[in-house]
Structures are given as structure tokens and as C-alpha cells.
Design a protein around this ligand. Structure first.
Ligand code: SF4
Length: 650
């Protein structure tokens, strides 16, 4: 039973119906700086799905905070109507809603009309990630910010929100003031802890003065920034205790990491190789001394894990943000005991934070409706049920089968091999990627729920379709590893990355990986082989390894490979090999790069579409939809989305 998870929590006069919170996270769904239909539909779906509390993503309260991304702005009253509509939509379903206020300080970066905006921070200390050199804030600006912060909170109150959270986490402005490494001020806002806290304390006081006594006021803070020169746990606890003693806070929302630097950024949205609920012990330490309710987040992806955190007394609310990006109805299903129906987040970070960093609206690789709620309605039932055969049981085929069945078609999913999952089965074998297999487990569950008939070891041909009497076929036949034309002699030992993963082939001696995709496979193979004792060189067909991965993940993985001694050769493409040498070309200068002492060349060059079925069906009378790798090389996200669209078209 989940008795702790589904017990209410009182904060001031606000009763939150359960302990599940969607923490503030950037969505790229804001429209002209305010909540519009997209953001409202997104949060309403989570409120309808049973969340207790929605904390809306951070909004900037002053013009000196900015970024290149679509973000909320609460600098004047024009933001109130959008927030009001959002609050009403969330309240309609019994959830509560807080607004978040932040200022980026030295990590503010925006280029407008060819000119970089001026970043302001406590002191002129450069930032390592955004490469900014901020100006130290003049005292008058600081005082203006305190007033602006209070007024912005007042707008939340006018819009009918239930609370306000200041973002003191992740190396943003409030944290920059707290941290002696970024705050060198000699006025009353720098020096002693009391002085470094003053900006935050005065902002909190301004917030309270503007929102009255009823609204909840809290703070998000990184209990540890996990960063060279970052805030450390002991210091953060003292700050929280002092603010609690002063009565400035109703709760503390604990997280870790910092987006200002490089080492701590991986904790901003921890990926699948981090243990579930790994921040909870630190939240528990804080909770034991602070005397306030404590929220915690960080890979709490299942209700049972949240229940453990709560019942162990480590926190009072659990941030389950990605759990609800992946399945908006997670809370409702958990309360009903439908645990197998929950589409658990696998911590891949590809479509949520990954999209955000690429500059478009967040979604989920498993749940393409996420972030598209205002555009994609519910699945409609078909008036003309058909017999649909899906050829290929990878993510694209599985999702197409599920969706077609949801529409009321009779669906048979045929997979040529003995297992569903396609290339996701291989991806889960890469180091630190085991949880990727959750994508398959979740899709298998959906197939069961929709009563899709699955036939394994069943290749599909035109004759098979005629025999079955199929009306429509979804071809999701996948692809095979691509082997580029190389100048090689017979002595060269060349193997495919996928064959190493499945154990069909083995690397020997010193290895060069030819990575043409700059994604998981090259970096994953490098880590696997170096850990197995090989000397590894990773030759990437681009400026850096993992170019196509989410930024925080790419950086931390590159750092790990560096520590393990993998030599990365950027902008290099293989063109030839013999028994001991790989011949590469620098893709920009065309200069040759000769790598000697190479005994195995591992190809991670992507794949080519498998089109046999498609060609065979050129004159077939039925409907044919082609999805996934057999149409074009696909990420798992693209495959699932394409499968969903195919199922809806049928
Ligand atoms: Fe979780 Fe990946 Fe979906 Fe993000 S994209 S919510 S990490 S499953």
C-alpha cells in the first residue's frame, strides 16, 4: 500500500491531496512569455492524472535575467491572465499550483540582434559553461531586484496560485550570492554567511509582503552543487536552518547539482545510470535539522520508490516530474493499484531535457503526446475496423500496433526474431544503459492491454499477408548495420558494434571505433571496451563525441571516457585499414590521420533501411505504411512517434 504517498500534506492553509509533485522544469511551452494553451494543456493533463502539486517552471522576475529559450516572464501584470487560466485548469482537477521565480545571474546568456546581452551577477566571476563574464551588480540594481521579486510573487497571488517558490538551486543567482566562490562582494550582501544570505532573505521577505499570509512560500536549493567551487552540503544546511529560524520559509525543495559549471550539471536532470531516489538521504539529513517539510527529487520514477522515501522519513513530498512526463496518469494509476499500467520513465533524458536544450518543446520518447497535449486529441475509434498486420516488433512497430488496436482494429504484430524490442534490445546492452530496456517492457505491457496478438519468429512476406487476409500492413522491418566502402586488405579485423554487443564477434587488442553517428553507440562501445581492458581510440565523424546526445549527459560521458583513458579523435572518418593500421581522413582539412597499432576496427556507422518487404508490396492491393528504421534511420523517440502517427492514420 502507498499510505504515505496518498496522505495529504498541509502547508499553511493549503492542503495538498497527496505527496506527488511535478517540480519546476523548463518545457519550452510558454507562448510569448506567458502560459498559453500549450502549457495549460500540459499541466492540466498531470493535474487530471492525479498529481498533488504542480510547480510551474521558473519565470524571470527582472529583465536582467534572460536566456535564448522560450521562458515565462513575470515582470509586469500582463502575465496575470495566462497564469490565472493555468491555475484554474489545475484547480479544476483538485491539484494545487505554485509559481517559481528565478534569476540566472552569471548564467544569463542571450544574443539579440548580433549583440550579447549583459549578464549581471554578485561579482565578476566568469561562468565555465556559458562562457560569460558578468558585471558585478550595482547596489541599486540589487535593491530593484528585491522589489521586482516581491512584485512578481504578488502577480502569482493575484492569478490565484497557491504558493511561490524561489529557485536558489543549480547555481542560479540566489546560489551565486550564497557561494563565496562567486560572491566576492564587500558590501552587506557579501562576506559572512549572514551577508551572503541577505539577498535571498530579503527577496523572501518581499515575496511574503506581497502575497499575504495565506500563500505558501518555499525555496528550491541544491543540497550540494557537486562542482569544483560549488556550494557544499554543510553550508547549504546552515543557510536552510537560518532561513527556517527566521520564519522565511514554509518548505525546502531539495535537489543537487549546478548548471553553471560542468561537473554538477549531470545532477540537474540525472540520467538512468544514477540510482533511484539517490538524493533522498541528503534530503533526510536536511529534514532532520531544518524543522520544515522537505521535498526531494532525483530519479524517483515509480510510486513504490516514492513510498519508501516517505516512509523512511527522508522527505515530505516526492518530485516525480519525469515520471509524469512519461505517464501523465501515473498518480491516478498508482492510487488505483494499476502498477503494471504505469509507463515508467527510464531516465534517458532524450526528449524532455534533451528537447529543451535543442530549443523545442519537451516531450517523452515513450509518450509522444507529452508536450503535444493541445495539438493531439484522444485516440478516436475507427468506423471501419480492419485486419492490420504490423511487420516488425521494434519500438515503431510495437507503438503502431498498440495505437491501431486502441482505434478498434484487429492487430497482429509479427516479429521475425524470437523477441520484441528491435534495436532497443541492443541499446540496453551499452554501459549504464540497462534501463533502456524499460522502453520494451512498457510497450509489451501496452500490447497486452490492447490485446494485440503477437507472433514471434514470423517473418512477413506478401504471401503471408495474402494468407492472413490483411487489409493493411505497417512495415516496421528495421535496418541492418551500415558498412561503408573501405580500402582494406584481408588482414584487417573489422567488426560491427552491434555484433560485439550481441557476442557474435569479439574485439582483440588495441581498438579504433569508427563513430559516424556521434551518439550512444560510439561512446558506449568505447566505455565497454576500455573497461574490458582494450586500448581504445574513438574516431568521431564530427567535432566531438556524443554531438547528438543531450548536453549534460554528453559532457559527463566525455569526462568519464577521458578518465578511463579513451583517446578521442575528432572530425575523423575512416577510409581504410590493414592488420595494424587505421587510415583516417580529417573531414575538414582532408589531411590524412594514420593510427598505428590498431588491431580491431569497430564500425559504429549507423544503419541502412531494410526494404525487402516494401519492394515486394509495390503492387499489393492493401494499405501500406512504412515506419521506423526501414523508412530512414530513427532514434527510439522518432520510431515511437512515427508508430503512434501510423496507428492513428489507420
Ligand atoms: Fe523519462 Fe526519457 Fe521520457 Fe524524459 S524522455 S521523461 S527521461 S523516458
Amino acid at each position: 500500500t502507498l499510505k504515505h504517498l496518498f496522505s495529504p500534506l498541509m502547508l499553511r492553509k493549503t492542503e495538498i491531496r497527496n505527496r506527488i509533485v511535478s517540480t519546476g522544469h523548463q518545457t519550452y511551452l510558454a507562448e510569448q512569455g506567458v502560459p498559453g494553451d500549450k502549457l495549460i494543456a500540459y499541466h492540466e493533463a498531470r493535474a487530471r492524472g492525479g498529481a498533488g502539486l504542480i510547480i510551474v517552471e521558473s519565470a524571470r522576475f527582472h529583465e536582467t535575467s534572460f536566456s535564448d529559450s522560450a521562458e515565462l516572464v513575470v515582470v509586469d501584470d500582463s502575465s496575470i491572465p495566462g497564469y490565472r487560466r493555468l491555475a484554474q485548469a489545475v484547480h479544476r482537477h483538485g491539484a494545487k499550483i505554485f509559481g517559481q521565480l528565478s534569476h540566472s545571474g552569471r548564467v544569463s546568456k542571450r544574443v539579440k540582434e548580433g549583440m550579447r546581452d549583459v549578464a549581471y551577477a554578485p561579482s565578476a566571476v566568469p561562468d565555465n559553461r556559458f562562457h560569460t563574464m558578468p558585471r558585478a551588480m550595482p547596489l541599486e540594481l540589487l535593491e530593484e531586484l528585491i522589489v521586482a521579486c516581491g512584485e512578481a510573487a504578488g502577480r502569482f497571488a493575484k492569478a490565484g496560485l497557491d504558493g511561490v517558490e524561489l529557485v536558489s538551486s543549480h547555481g542560479l543567482l540566489f546560489a551565486q550570492f550564497l557561494n563565496p566562490a562567486t560572491n566576492h562582494r564587500t558590501d552587506r550582501f557579501g562576506g559572512t554567511r549572514e551577508n551572503r544570505m541577505r539577498f535571498l532573505a530579503e527577496c523572501l521577505a518581499a515575496v511574503r509582503a506581497n502575497v499575504g499570509e495565506d500563500l505558501v512560500v518555499g525555496m528550491r536549493i541544491s543540497v550540494e552543487e557537486v562542482e569544483a567551487d560549488g556550494l557544499e552540503a554543510g553550508e547549504v544546511i546552515e543557510v536552510c536552518k537560518a532561513l527556517a529560524r527566521a520564519g522565511a520559509l514554509d518548505y525546502v525543495n531539495a535537489t543537487t547539482g549546478s548548471m553553471a559549471g560542468l561537473g554538477g550539471s549531470i545532477h540537474v536532470v540525472p540520467p538512468m545510470d544514477h540510482k533511484p531516489a539517490y538524493v533522498a538521504p541528503q534530503a533526510g539529513t536536511l529534514r532532520a535539522v531544518v524543522g520544515l517539510p522537505v521535498f526531494v527529487a532525483g530519479r524517483i520514477n515509480q510510486p513504490q520508490i516514492a513510498e519508501e522515501v516517505l516512509s523512511a522519513g527522508l522527505a515530505d513530498m516526492c518530485g516525480m516530474t519525469r515520471a509524469m512526463i512519461s505517464d501523465a496518469d501515473m498518480a491516478r494509476k498508482a492510487q488505483a493499484g494499476q502498477f503494471d499500467d504505469i509507463r515508467a520513465c527510464i531516465g534517458c533524458n532524450q526528449a524532455c531535457i534533451g528537447h529543451f536544450h535543442q530549443g523545442y518543446s519537451i516531450s517523452c520518447i515513450q509518450n509522444p503526446i507529452s508536450g503535444r497535449e493541445s495539438q493531439m486529441g484522444a485516440v478516436t475509434h475507427t468506423a471501419v475496423p480492419k485486419l492490420v498486420v504490423v511487420a516488425g516488433g521494434g519500438p515503431a512497430g510495437m507503438k503502431a500496433a498498440v495505437t491501431a488496436a486502441e482505434r478498434g482494429h484487429r492487430v497482429i504484430l509479427c516479429e521475425a526474431s524470437g523477441r520484441l524490442g528491435g534495436q532497443a534490445l541492443l541499446a540496453q546492452l551499452l554501459p549504464g544503459r540497462a534501463e533502456f530496456g524499460g522502453l520494451i517492457t512498457n510497450l509489451e505491457q501496452e500490447l497486452k492491454r490492447q490485446s494485440v496478438e503477437v507472433r514471434l519468429n514470423t517473418p512477413v512476406s506478401k504471401a503471408v499477408l495474402l494468407d492472413m487476409g490483411a487489409d493493411a500492413v505497417v512495415a516496421a522491418t528495421g535496418g541492418s548495420p551500415y558498412r561503408p566502402a573501405l580500402e582494406v586488405d584481408e588482414s584487417a579485423n573489422i567488426v560491427q558494434a552491434w555484433d560485439i554487443l550481441t557476442g557474435k564477434q569479439h574485439a582483440r587488442g588495441s581498438v579504433l571505433i569508427a563513430d559516424w553517428r556521434c551518439d550512444w553507440v560510439g561512446m558506449g562501445m568505447a566505455e565497454k571496451l576500455v573497461r574490458e581492458g582494450h586500448h581504445v581510440r574513438l574516431a568521431v565523424n564530427g567535432p566531438h563525441a556524443g554531438l547528438n546526445l543531450q548536453m549534460y549527459l554528453r559532457d559527463s560521458w566525455a569526462a568519464r571516457l577521458h578518465e578511463l583513458g579513451v583517446a578521442i579523435v575528432p572530425n575523423a572518418r575512416i577510409y581504410g585499414a590493414d592488420a595494424t593500421t587505421a587510415y583516417l581522413l580529417h573531414i575538414i582539412s582532408n589531411a590524412p590521420i594514420v593510427c598505428e597499432g590498431v588491431e580491431t576496427i569497430v564500425l559504429a556507422c549507423g544503419q541502412k533501411p531494410e526494404t525487402t518487404l516494401e519492394q515486394e508490396l509495390a503492387d499489393w492491393r492493401g494499405e501500406v505504411i512504412i515506419v521506423g528504421d526501414c523508412l530512414s534511420p530513427r532514434t527510439a523517440e522518432e520510431a515511437v512517434y512515427e508508430g503512434l502517427l501510423a496507428g492513428r492514420r489507420l
